[in-house]
Design a protein around this ligand. Structure first.
Ligand code: FAD
Length: 549
């Protein structure tokens, strides 16, 4: 134990200063609970960080776009007062289709209908109904985001059947419940087939269903992931995607400032090696190097799989219990690059190298449903797709703090990249990583011929890099797949959905808990509420968490 870290000083030790750990800390401190946050890296933020990757060029390292960040968390933590500013993209997404055609989805309904009408008049006419349907479904999720799911409840299907959770559910018609059931259980391709006829239009909507999901649009469950990506809002605009000025690190810097202003102590370069247990309860942690930090309770911002594989010692929980968590499905199949650009990409289908609205949109290479499907099948066979699905964002078109004037930075986020390469190959091999990064640049260059020569520098993160840098097991960006068996009451595992883990005083406050991944702040917010509840009921003596049924 170090000076200043006496047992009585600390109520809760939080493992990890990801955005959820920081949010949880700030809420606890507001309830006068004494918190220390222990982060293995030298900077706070987890996967929501910004860094200079080439002299003069800064960008978000992993997460790169804002939508899911919960408005209540923004308000409660006064993130704007602590420097956070989020701006809108001029258009949501831009899909280059071929040499002459593209789909540019702006925000207004009439503009989006006009864009879609180039591919199908009928699809354009269906858009208002589709929007309304998705919005009502997303509303149900929004209602559930900040709730604690029942521990003994079932998965998502039971949730629909029960219809008792979430105010909105009560007002849904039978038809709307059917739609929700479809969204929660079907594939994005099946679901969209009921709405649209154009393959391009279907691909545009299906894209959200495969992000971080290592699945084809035809895989059951992808319709839910599509919906998961829709429940966010930016500055009060629902379903919108935005940019944090200064990159995603601006969010976590503001959260850290909010937490510290409330008295939270944040330690970086403090890797937790093991949970200390007393009896059947967590009593603190041991850091790499041997320092012991005692606390009445411990909250883990790390993925549950990592927690039970590496940090909870052998005799602390029954082997079957440990296996529940180490058996979680992980591996989002994602690859991330940043590039420094001498000039903006000049797209063949939408020419011009001067900044236009499509440069500020999410630029998605994945023009048809078949393309998305093939990319997945290819990746399953060979480790990555020969025609990869890429989202590129050029945040410097919205934010002059990121690159020298006239130059740019782009984030590239690639789907369907195997967490572990087949045939004895490995991401630890620099040639594999470079070969795939080259393919990504070449793929964008097919649509924007000046792209390759404009790349001045690049930063490349394979699934292995994502794991090593952030502790995201198997490079899983959500701390565990957003599959039906790992959502709501079943997240992280059935019986442990109330943020309390199977060791007294041990809580889960990261993305492995409900409502899952993304820069939302919701798991941190919800875990804090449960921890505060237990502290309020605590009457001295050894601290115990109060499991709910
Ligand atoms: C490449 C990529 C792109 C993404 N894109 C987006 C996006 O655009 N928008 C979006 O909303 N979401 C995106 N996500 C998802 C989102 O970033 C994550 O789901 C979210 O950041 C997870 O937050 P968290 O606080 O739960 O955990 P994390 O951010 O994973 O934080 C966990 C923290 O724990 C620390 N840690 C781990 N082990 C230890 C230990 N033993 N001791 C001490 N500290 C430890 C880690 O270093 C880390 O700081 C992306 C993620 C990735 C990786």
């Amino acid at each position: 134990m170090t000076a200043g870290m006496k047992a009585s000083d600390i109520d809760v030790a939080i493992i990890g200063a990801g955005h959820n750990g920081l949010a949880c800390a700030a809420y606890l401190a507001a309830a006068e609970i004494k918190v220390v946050v222990l982060e293995q890296n030298d900077v706070v933020g987890g996967a929501a960080v910004t860094e200079e990757f080439h002299p003069g060029f800064r960008n978000s390292v992993a997460a790169y776009t804002v939508s899911l960040l919960n408005p209540k968390v923004i308000a409660d933590l006064e993130l704007e007062k602590h420097g956070l500013k989020i701006v809108h993209r001029p258009a949501a997404n831009f899909w280059p289709v071929d040499a002459t055609r593209y789909l540019l989805m702006r925000r207004g309904l009439a503009e989006r209908q006009a864009a879609i009408a180039q591919f199908s008049q009928r699809d354009a006419e269906r858009l208002p109904d589709y929007d309304a349907m998705l919005e009502r479904a997303a509303d149900v999720l929004r209602d559930l985001v900040l709730t604690t799911p029942p521990n003994a409840g079932g998965g998502i299907v039971e949730l629909i059947k029960g219809a008792g959770i979430g105010r909105r559910m009560l007002g849904l018609s039978l038809d709307e419940k059917r739609i929700l059931l479809d969204l929660f259980t079907r594939s994005a391709a099946d679901f969209l087939a009921g709405w649209f006829e154009s393959d391009v239009v279907k691909a545009a909507f299906a894209f959200d269903g495969i992000v971080g999901n290592y699945a084809a649009p035809s895989t059951p469950g992808t319709a839910y992931v599509l919906l998961h990506h829709c429940f966010g809002e930016v500055n009060g605009k629902r379903g919108a995607w935005g940019h944090a000025i200064g990159g995603m690190g601006a969010i976590t810097r503001a959260m850290a400032a909010a937490a510290e202003a409330r008295g939270v102590r944040i330690r970086t370069g403090a890797k937790v090696q093991q949970i200390i247990t007393r009896g059947d309860a967590a009593a603190g942690v041991v850091l790499a190097g041997g320092e012991e930090v005692f606390a009445r309770a411990v909250a883990a911002n790390v993925p549950p799989k990592l927690l039970f594989r590496d940090l909870v010692s052998a005799n602390a929980v029954a082997e079957e219990t440990r296996a529940l968590f180490t058996g979680m499905r992980t591996g989002s199949g994602t690859f991330r690059m940043n590039v420094a650009l001498a000039e903006l990409p000049d797209f063949t289908c939408c020419p011009g190298g001067h900044a236009q609205d499509h440069h500020g949109a999410g630029i998605i290479i994945g023009p048809t449903l078949d393309y998305l499907e093939r990319a997945y099948l290819d990746a399953r066979m060979t480790g990555w797709s020969r025609q990869p699905v890429i989202e590129m964002l050029i945040p410097s078109t919205l934010d002059e703090t990121l690159a020298p004037q006239g130059e740019h930075v782009a984030s590239l986020f690639v789907q369907h990249v195997a967490p572990h390469l087949p045939g004895g190959r490995s991401w630890a091999n620099a040639h594999e990583k470079a070969a795939f990064a080259d393919l990504v640049v070449d793929t964008v260059t097919k649509h924007a011929p000046n792209f390759k020569r404009s790349v001045v520098a690049r930063q490349v993160l394979s699934p292995l890099d994502i794991e090593q840098r952030f502790g995201m097991v198997d490079g899983d960006i959500f701390h565990g797949a957003l599959s039906l068996d790992q959502l709501f009451s079943a997240r992280p595992r059935l019986g442990y959905a109330d943020y309390r883990l199977p060791l007294g005083g041990l809580y889960l406050c990261g993305s492995g808990a409900h409502p899952g991944g993304g820069v939302t702040g919701a798991p941190g917010h919800n875990a804090a509420r449960e921890i505060i509840r237990d502290f309020k009921g605590w009457r001295g003596g050894p601290f115990v968490s109060k499991r709910k049924d």
